[in-house]
Design a protein around this ligand. Sequence first.
Ligand SMILES: Nc1ncnc2c1ncn2[C@@H]1O[C@H](COP(=O)(O)OP(=O)(O)OP(=O)(O)O)[C@@H](O)[C@H]1O
Ligand SMILES: [Mg+2]
Length: 244
Amino acid sequence: MSDPLFSVRDVVAGYGRAAPVLRGLSVDVAAGSIVCLVGPNGAGKSTVLKVASGLLPPRSGSLVLSGEDVTRLGPQRLLARGVAHVLQGHSVFPEMTVEENVRLGAYTVRDSSLVASRCARVREIFPVVGERWRSPAGLLSGGQQKQVEFARALMLEPAVILLDEPSMGLDPKTTAVVFEQIGRMRSLGLAVLLVEQNARRALELADVGCVLDLGRVHISGPARSLLADPKLAALYLGGTPHPS
Ligand SMILES: Nc1ncnc2c1ncn2[C@@H]1O[C@H](COP(=O)(O)OP(=O)(O)OP(=O)(O)O)[C@@H](O)[C@H]1O
Ligand SMILES: [Mg+2]
């Protein structure tokens, strides 16, 4: 892999006084690539993303962005430095319009012409967002709302995007659209760290796969070789696929 743009290194993290959820976890993401984290419910996938976006300060370990230690910056400054986080579940404001939701992503940008050009850009990347620009976001389908969340996250033109279960609750056809958009983010040069329940499909899209177990990356490698490993498939991917 080329030099990582963003690294989570040897992170130990957890909640309150409880035993740590992450116990020395490391993951690297290069620009223009997708790294997919898979693992069972409760393995700590969302916790990795919370540490990576600064929402949860690690007990030890570090975050490195473009070679610089950014461990203690906190979520706002990490976002300003280009690390965006799209949370698990739905986070649009249903009574606000699509436009208002998207503009929230750039509330720190004062230059209105810059905001306008970024709105035009995300409307071009996510056509459905442009089509429903003036609708209340709550009237959109789950998959459309997810694209509004992506558009909002791209308003600051991040270098790194953390996506937590973007296909959750979506039917297979809509999931395919959302995954296509994630591929588009990669082609725009973003470093994508993707967490997915839909492990097989996510690994088909990703460049690198990491299996989380007991608070660490248990296995990692090219996503294709993870998919081809029958033992791994049986343990984490719901069995081997039928030969096509
Ligand atoms: N805010 C919190 N306070 C206390 N414990 C938490 C909190 N969030 C998560 N946990 C605990 O941390 C562990 C890992 O949770 P996490 O949400 O990271 O798992 P996950 O792999 O994302 O699971 P899922 O696939 O269900 O989304 C779980 O045992 C969970 O109960
Ligand atoms: Mg989760």
